[in-house]
Write a protein that binds this ligand. Structure first.
Ligand SMILES: *Cc1c(COP(=O)(O)O)cnc(C)c1O
Length: 408
């Protein structure tokens, strides 16, 4: 009989834009015994998690809970709930994840209008606002932080334009939540999706979301079995256009997260422990302190890379704090650099997608991975590996610049 070795993952320094290293306290939380899904002790943990998510998203929304599945499940739950077939949806695209929003919206039957920006830059608020006025969409879906290009889209003013056009404003904040401020209510965002395995430093497997009354009204109007909507003979209202997905039906999921606790699927117990512990650690650190920590290590990383003579990719005015993209120097094989870093130093950095594949590396400074130790190790290892690749640079300068930045 074939035998399998014990599971023994190698220790890694993960400097990608997700998944990133997980705080040992979160890993410990995942190892606790299971509670039943209606055990009052467990439902109390669910409620606490909702409260912590409201603080994280800076919202007063009633509904703030995780969807079980990776971030994409949260995006899909929001879009499949808020888009009815035939609805016009506006998606401004400035990287891979804008294309994902488009793809999901199309599968929901939307008539999608896209705006496209050259990768490496973002839209001005005016460009998006004028497209909203021109196209009068029912929903606008926008990525806050594009991990594929390391850019961040300013969101000011867009929510207001959506209200004026009576459109719902949906934001993918998967990569920014917990690392960069996401002010859901102030920005008039109707529904927003966060990620666990990026700046929250919780393993992949849940998608925290929140949505307001405007979004909820849409979900409720599509709820399949709602008392009062049923016809006298008990048949579904023929005019009802129910949410296509059962698993990702937010109108049912919110009943499960409400005091009614109407059963939907079984909550992912260990993931909920992980998310609750991850959120507890975020709030213990303090949101503003945490955002400042992300800016600090970004600063040291940039200082080091520039002192090594490396060129950063993209428009610096819209750089995302938690992702730093580097142009792969001419004559250097980006993939052998990455595998040397992984195989010999245990450090993982990322490549990119689509038009940027083979052209840039991406270094994430997110959550638990975002530390002085990791930044210094990464700079030192990258320098050594680049020298091995015959790339000319002045040895030592990068690390010294980062140490200067840290005031060491
Ligand atoms: C990572 C990421 C996603 C997808 O997340 P999964 O957890 O892999 O489903 C979506 N949007 C953005 C901006 C991301 O960075």
């Amino acid at each position: 009989m074939k035998t399998y070795k014990d599971l023994a993952p190698s220790p890694r320094t993960i400097m990608t834009p997700g998944p990133v290293e997980v705080d040992p306290r979160v890993l410990r939380a995942m190892s606790y015994p299971i509670l039943g899904q209606f055990d009052p002790e467990f439902t109390a943990l669910m409620n606490e998690t909702m409260g912590m998510l409201r603080l994280l998203f800076k919202t007063e929304n009633e509904w703030a809970f995780p969807v079980d599945g990776t971030s994409r499940s949260g995006i899909e739950a929001v879009l499949v709930g808020l888009i009815e077939p035939g609805d016009k949806v506006l998606v401004p695209i400035y990287g891979r994840f804008g294309h994902l929003l488009t793809e999901i919206a199309k599968r929901c039957g939307a008539v999608v209008v896209t705006l496209e920006k050259e990768w490496g830059s973002v839209f001005s608020a005016e460009e998006i606002v004028s497209a909203i006025r021109e196209h009068q969409p029912k929903l606008v879906a926008l990525v806050h932080g594009e991990t594929s290009t390391g850019r961040m889209q300013p969101l000011e003013g867009i929510g207001q334009a959506c209200r004026e056009a009576d459109a719902l404003f949906v934001v993918d904040a998967v990569a920014t939540i917990g690392g960069i401020e996401v002010a859901t209510d102030r920005l008039l965002i109707d529904a927003i999706i966060g990620g666990t395995q990026k700046c929250l430093s919780v393993p992949a497997g849940m998608a925290p979301i929140t949505y307001n009354k405007r979004a909820e009204a849409k979900l409720q109007s599509r709820k399949r079995i709602e008392r009062g909507l049923l016809l006298a003979d008990g048949e579904d209202d023929p005019l009802l256009r129910p949410i296509q997905s059962n698993y990702l039906d937010l109108s049912q999921l919110q009943d499960y997260w409400s005091p009614a606790r109407l059963n939907h699927h079984t909550e992912a117990t260990s993931m909920l422990y992980a998310l609750r512990e991850g959120l507890r650690l975020v709030l213990e650190e303090g949101l503003e302190t945490r955002f400042a920590r992300h800016r600090e290590h970004e600063g040291a990383l940039i200082a080091g890379l520039e002192a090594m003579g490396l060129q950063l990719y993209g428009d610096p005015s819209c750089k995302m704090t938690v992702v730093t993209c580097i142009v792969i120097p001419a004559g250097v094989d980006g993939e052998t650099v990455r595998s040397m870093l992984l195989d010999h130093y245990g450090i993982e950095i990322a490549s990119s997608f689509g038009p940027l594949k083979g052209k840039i590396w991406r270094i994430g400074t997110m959550g638990y991975s975002c530390s002085k130790r990791n930044v210094l190790l990464t700079l030192g290892a990258l320098e050594a590996v680049l020298l091995r690749h015959g790339h000319k640079l002045e040895a030592g300068k990068g690390l010294q610049a980062a140490m200067d930045f840290y005031g060491m």
